[in-house]
Design a protein around this ligand. Structure first.
Ligand code: ZN
Length: 229
């Protein structure tokens, strides 16, 4: 799951009580932002094993802090706490926390068993990365539905608001296409070079910046924008 993670952010950002789209894009990938940062720091680990799943070679064998259910819940609480601490409403903080937590459930659908509850022990994952004929239409569908919802429930504030949405949607689809079309490595790569997590963090940063712009240039339909931006 890559751009599909942004579906909950796009669906909930149209609610006037919610944080705007930019912060919700951070929430949607918060545990992946932490994971790739932890890989760079040597706190969590991954390697590339060709063929480990049909769609990609990521062997995510150590994600104990970020992708355990308890760890993800902690990140959700941290996001909500920071939001509330910055003066946001309880409702906005809760919505942000829900978007953070949605990441684990969406990963559960596609990952091969590498997700835990407590950081070790039994590993969960329904493995749709082994069924591209199901995973790819599913991820495209939930992203398209969420983008359509966001577009219909917001209005452009001038030209920028029209441009920003389409740039965001186009870049999301482009990054997903690159992700899918990049061939798997020929041999095991262990450990992964720093370029791997840095590239992922770069992609998330670009999409979040575009989402921030989109959220700032489009008005939510149901009246004046809430103040808890
Ligand atoms: Zn993840």
């Amino acid at each position: 799951m890559f751009i599909g993670h942004y579906a909950p952010a796009l669906l909930l950002a149209t609610d006037r009580r919610s944080p705007r789209l930019g912060p919700l894009f951070v929430a949607a990938q918060l545990v992946d932002l932490a994971f790739f940062t932890f890989v760079l720091l040597g706190i969590e680990h991954m390697r590339m094993v060709p063929g480990i799943t049909t769609m990609n070679a990521m062997d995510l064998y150590d994600m104990r802090f970020t992708h355990s259910l308890v760890g993800t819940a902690a990140f959700a609480l941290i996001f909500a706490g920071v939001w509330r601490g910055r003066g946001g409403t309880w409702m906005a903080a809760t919505i942000g926390g829900v978007v953070v937590a949605s990441h684990w459930l969406l990963d559960l659908i596609v990952h091969s068993p590498d997700l835990t509850i407590f950081g070790s022990g039994y590993r969960y994952g329904l493995g749709l990365w082994n069924l591209p004929q199901v995973e790819m239409p599913l991820e495209l569908a939930i992203t398209a539905i969420a983008l359509t919802w966001f577009y219909s429930e917001t209005q452009a504030k001038g030209v920028a608001g029209r441009v920003s949405f389409w740039v965001l949607a186009g870049v999301m689809l482009l990054f997903q296409a690159i992700n899918w079309l990049t061939p798997q490595p020929a041999t095991i790569i262990d450990p992964v070079p720093a370029s791997q997590p840095l590239l992922a963090l770069f992609a998330y940063a670009v999409m979040t910046a575009l989402a921030w712009w989109t959220g700032a240039t489009r008005e939510r339909n149901a009246g004046p924008v809430a103040l808890d931006v």
